[in-house]
Unconditional design. Structure first.
Length: 143
């Protein structure tokens, strides 16, 4: 190699960098900031959409694409498990939320927001139920 161009040094060992297939530190910081702003918007905004009237939305996680143009927000309804019913309404208010993000965050481009239901809590409750079942309790007593 003639010394021109970039070297092919892997970034996994450098401080502040994650594995090449995982999100970068900047992606994680921006995603957390987007999550915070979205949670704030959901808490303080009265939406015109009748399907979102008196609906409490919790943003549990946001994942952002490497080019920062797309953000996937994982949402759940506070105290309820029927978040699938409000996903179409959230899709309709996504441009309004994107405008709110652009006013609050200092990014070159405000990310387009996509919503997904957060099933992590449901999955954890299912696992907890399995762990408390008599069959599993019997197997754990043998140890």
């Amino acid at each position: 190699m003639s010394g021109r161009g970039r070297s092919k040094v892997p970034l996994t060992g450098l401080p502040g960098h994650l594995a090449p297939d995982g999100p970068s530190q900047r992606q994680l910081r921006v995603a957390e900031e987007v999550r915070r702003v979205l949670a704030d918007l959901f808490a303080k905004t009265e939406f015109r959409d009748p399907e979102l009237h008196d609906v409490r939305i919790t943003v549990t996680e946001v994942r952002i694409s490497p080019d920062f143009r797309h953000a996937t927000a994982f949402v759940c309804r506070l105290g309820r498990s029927d978040v699938d019913q409000v996903l179409p309404a959230l899709k309709r208010v996504a441009p309004f939320l994107r405008t709110g993000l652009s006013k609050t965050l200092r990014l070159r481009v405000a990310p387009e927001i996509h919503f997904q239901p957060d099933t992590a809590l449901d999955h954890a409750m299912e696992i907890d139920g399995i762990m408390r079942s008599p069959e599993v309790a019997r197997d754990l007593e043998d140890e």
